[in-house]
Design a binder for this molecule. Structure first.
Ligand code: FAD
Length: 469
């Protein structure tokens, strides 16, 4: 941990993929004197009671989302190797440049221990599947996926730490509270009063820290843009139903414009032979999915999400998404599970009805109930119409036994005004990752960190070694 007033060339806030890949790139470009400040613990201390014992202890900061590796540490570790998913960097840089960055990120993950196998490279078979989808107006987006699995993902993060740590400093359990100008440098003050100074700072606080980031940048006059919100459910089906698809592509990305509302519904985060998990976002419980490389369930789960971009005068999509999730929490105490047949029949699911079904739920803490009390009619129609369309390509997916968990919400953080180098209008302050709404996945988060690091390194005149403090 640094002394009061320790001064660095670069201080990075957040040890998620955006922050750690930025550190890797800075080192590669000869920058020294780098500090990462992370409010969570080191990897070996990251134990999530919700994941391990099924009961959330409201840890502060949340062990699932904070610590070495960021929100990615307990993630499924699916590396989506396409500019078309996982973020919006293609709005800032040309697609070819992004594709090259994605390849660099992927190579680095492999160097640190990600498996060699990539799904989604049998192009003839994928073309045939695309054709079948097109006949029912589903748009299949082919994405090469390198799945690490949650267990391997942690090993990779361990290797990354051991590579970085001797060369850079990492201050764990330190939450940056305040950023203020100090002459040519910036000062970062942590909650325990420690002050760090840096010529350049890179803020990569993840979704978790997006509100904090907004509070820090707004006083400097930085404007923020509103992003859409994705709301939906997690669907769980027997793994055999999806086997043809998941063995070919691992993850099927399809987009559908629904007949009734013309809304855009998409599949997201498919977890073959995985399990549904619960997440706690600051006291709000939502659902997600995981797959493990070395232990398999008999089900496959994935999210169906409806994208909503609100127009004037409403500009609080995050509050809206949180409100829907809270409603499901209010009704169930946690998250709701319902059989598709019960939803269609206008009745709640009960424990007995779920037990009569043919799928054993992988998330035991979900409470049987009625999603139609939590999700607006529009979203329910969108989701059921999407399942009907998918059933024509994947027979059985629209069965009455199919399980739905809700709600799943994917927020995009508010995006500050930034340039193509991830620089804010405030000289010396750069941003990266999910916390600034440019990414929503490991690969683009890491890519945005690299972009910022390259720009910072270019601006540092002395890159050959440590500057005297
Ligand atoms: C359960 C789950 C499964 C996922 N599965 C996948 C997947 O399979 N594939 C995929 O591509 N993506 C997945 N994701 C998304 C992926 O994890 C994120 O997109 C990625 O981690 C974002 O990286 P980031 O560096 O921007 O932020 P984060 O990973 O969120 O890291 C930000 C870090 O900053 C720290 N921080 C925040 N504020 C402060 C502060 N004030 N002071 C100090 N530290 C601070 C936080 O503690 C955190 O450690 C998953 C996410 C979750 C939650």
């Amino acid at each position: 941990m640094g002394d009061p007033y320790s001064e660095y060339q670069v201080v990075i806030v957040g040890a998620g993929p955006a922050g750690t890949f930025a550190a890797l790139e800075l080192l590669k470009m000869g920058v020294r004197d780098i500090l990462i400040i992370e409010k969570g613990p080191p990897l070996e201390e990251r134990h999530c009671p919700l994941k391990e014992r099924g009961s959330c202890q409201n840890c502060n900061p949340c062990r699932l989302l904070s610590g070495w590796g960021g929100a990615g540490a307990f993630s499924d570790g699916k590396l989506a190797l396409s500019p078309k998913v996982g973020g919006f960097l293609d709005e800032l840089i040309p697609e070819e440049k992004l594709q090259r960055l994605i390849q660099e990120v992927d190579r680095r993950f492999v160097e640190f221990g990600a498996p060699e196998s990539v799904y989604g490279t049998d192009f003839d078979a994928i073309e045939r599947l695309k054709d079948r989808c097109a006949r029912v107006w589903l748009r299949l987006v082919p994405i090469p996926i390198r799945p690490m699995g949650t267990d391997r993902c942690r090993e990779v993060l361990g290797h990354l730490y051991r590579h970085l740590h001797p060369q850079i400093e990492v201050a764990f359990h330190q939450e940056v509270d305040l950023i203020r100008p100090h002459g040519e440098t910036k000062e970062l003050v942590t909650k325990d009063g420690t002050t760090y100074r840096a010529r350049f700072i890179l803020l990569a606080p993840g979704r978790e820290g997006s509100q904090w980031l907004k509070e820090q940048l707004s006083p400097f006059g930085v404007k923020f843009y509103t992003n859409p919100v994705d709301v939906g459910v997690r669907v769980e089906v027997p793994a055999q139903i999806m086997e043809e698809i998941t063995s070919l592509m691992y993850e099927m990305k399809v987009i559908y414009n629904t007949p009734t509302f013309d809304d855009e519904v998409r599949t997201f985060c498919m977890c073959p032979y995985g399990e549904v998990v619960m997440e706690n976002w600051g006291g709000i419980f939502t659902v997600n999915g995981h797959s493990y490389r070395d232990s398999h369930s008999s089900s496959t789960n994935f999210a169906l999400l409806v994208r909503t971009t609100f127009t004037q005068p409403f500009h609080s999509p995050i509050a809206y998404g949180e409100y829907l999730a809270r409603l499901a929490n209010l009704l169930s105490g946690t998250v709701i599970i319902q059989r598709l047949g019960d939803l269609r029949g206008g009745r709640r699911s009960t424990r007995a009805r779920i037990e009569r079904g043919l799928i054993k739920p992988t998330l035991q803490q979900a409470v049987p109930g009625d999603l139609s009390y939590a999700l607006p009619y529009r979203y329910l129609v969108d989701i059921t119409e999407m399942l009907e369309a998918m059933d024509k390509v994947i027979p059985g997916i629209n069965s009455r036994h199919t399980l739905l968990y809700g709600v799943e919400v994917k927020f995009y953080s508010l995006r500050p005004m930034i340039d193509c180098e991830m620089q804010t209008p405030v000289p010396g302050i750069f941003v990266a990752g999910d916390g600034v709404g440019v990414s929503r996945g490991l690969v683009q988060a890491a890519a945005s960190g690299i972009l910022a690091a390259r720009a910072i390194a270019q601006k540092l005149p002395h890159r050959s070694g440590n500057r005297p403090r």
